[in-house]
Design a protein around this ligand. Structure first.
Ligand SMILES: O=C(O)C1=C[C@@H](OP(=O)(O)O)[C@@H](O)[C@H](O)C1
Ligand SMILES: C=C(OP(=O)(O)O)C(=O)O
Length: 408
């Protein structure tokens, strides 16, 4: 399905309910599988959460988690410690190109039994669950924080808890902190000091948790407000003291004239037209990589030079996101240069109209480019990809004045 988008509204107003955070939901589903007395509210309705939920319930021996990185990584650790389980964990073609060796090696060092079904270092994995008694592991922290979260989520269920020694400076550390925050909420004793995480064993956890809505999804509405003449959008179920690292979007977008007001359990985003836009925007997104596409595209739409660093994980996500940004912003007339961990988008005077934006099976490519249709009509290819994290995305754009037409 391709969608042709445009929005000529002078003023954008609306109230939107974004589904629960995918990262929070997927952590809590694993913890709930271990501690069934945990009850959850505002679980995400996205594909990545549904696939994880079904995988935890199924009796099937082959589990296909499609494109869901968190499900792949978290379930690898979960099934490795689940005694007597024998499963083959697989995913989409892209998932079979996303590395998992670092996590498999760490679990093997704890005596887990995991074999590669096809290529060494990549899914699918044959996992034979067994009781894990060792309680000390070392892991390279530079490639994906999801490997570390996977170990942290099973740690309290291990007989002796777990000490995780992180090698090198961790990437996406805000996601490690999110996992720690949940363990602490469940009264599990943890510490995280000088690259060493310790987690004590725990039993009988009974708690009700309300999942906050998804800040990465909220970022697309920040972009809409930033690119508008005038806008006021309310998003419900967000907290000022969020445990999601992408909450930092509120700080970044201040520079683009977007004011955030927290009240009750909602946020209001408002365009502040008196703010002067910067000529250049620079940020290191090592702790919030999922904001890279939103920010790069917003800067392009606002004609601001954009220099983003700390992005070395982007090439192993749903697609090589740096290359995808270069290709698609290039079509719109941008001059873009990339390295293995950064992107530079030069401000350009014009945005080319009616370009077809490829999405490369990456939900964030579709959602990040959509707000640009407030400047020029654009077409988003394979727009259904948004269901990975935000199935209602196209629906909620309509009341904000977007024309969303199927072309294919
Ligand atoms: O733990 C999580 O929920 C996530 C961690 C991040 O991945 P990396 O740690 O691989 O950067 C992020 O990009 C992903 O969307 C979700
Ligand atoms: C990278 C992402 O997801 P995952 O790694 O869980 O597939 C994402 O949602 O941007």
């Amino acid at each position: 399905m391709n969608l042709l988008l445009s929005n000529y509204s002078k003023e954008i107003k609306g109230q939107i309910q974004i589904t629960g955070s995918k990262s929070e939901s997927n952590r809590l589903l694993i913890l709930q599988a271990i501690y069934p007395k945990i009850s959850l509210q505002n679980l995400s309705n996205c594909d990545d959460t549904k696939v994880l939920q079904n995988s935890l319930k199924t009796e099937e021996k082959v589990i296909d988690i499609h494109h869901a990185g968190t499900a792949m990584r978290f379930l690898t650790a979960y099934f490795a410690q689940k005694e007597n389980s024998e499963i083959l964990l697989t995913g989409s073609n892209r998932m079979q190109e996303r590395p998992i060796k670092i996590l498999v090696e760490a679990l093997r060092a704890l005596d887990a039994k995991i074999e590669y079904e096809k290529e060494e270092g990549f899914p699918p994995l044959k996992i034979s669950g067994k009781r894990i008694e060792k309680n000390l592991v070392e892991i390279d922290a530079t490639v994906s924080s999801q490997y570390i979260t996977a170990l942290m989520l099973i740690a309290p269920s291990l007989q002796n808890g777990l000490t995780i020694q992180l090698k090198n400076k961790p990437t996406s550390v805000s996601y490690i902190n999110m996992t720690l925050a949940f363990l602490e909420k469940l009264n599990i004793k943890t510490t995280f000091k000088e690259n060493i995480i310790t987690i004590k064993p725990a039993k009988n956890i009974l708690t009700k948790i309300e999942i906050e809505s998804d800040w990465s999804s909220a970022s697309y509405f920040y972009s809409i407000v930033a690119l508008s003449e005038q806008a006021e959008i309310t998003l419900s179920n967000f907290r000022e003291n969020s445990i999601q690292g992408d909450r930092v979007v509120a700080d970044y977008f201040k520079e683009f004239g977007v004011e955030t007001t927290f009240y009750g359990n909602a946020i209001q985003l408002k365009k502040n037209r008196t703010d002067k836009l910067p000529k250049v925007f620079k940020a290191n997104l090592i702790s919030s990589p999922d904001l890279a596409q939103t920010i790069a595209v917003t800067c392009f739409g606002l004609k601001i030079d954009c220099h983003l660093e700390g992005l070395r994980t982007l090439k192993i996500k749903e697609t090589d996101r740096l290359q995808a940004l270069k290709n698609e912003l290039g079509k719109l007339g941008a001059k873009v240069s990339i390295t293995s961990e950064s992107i530079y988008v030069k401000a350009s005077a014009e945005i080319k109209e009616n370009q077809k934006i490829k999405t490369y099976q990456d939900h964030r490519m579709a959602m990040a480019f959509a707000p640009l249709s407030m400047k020029v009509p654009i077409e988003i290819e394979e727009a259904e990809v948004v269901s990975k994290s935000f199935p209602d995305f196209w629906q909620v754009l309509k009341p904000l004045g977007f024309s969303v037409k199927t072309t294919l």
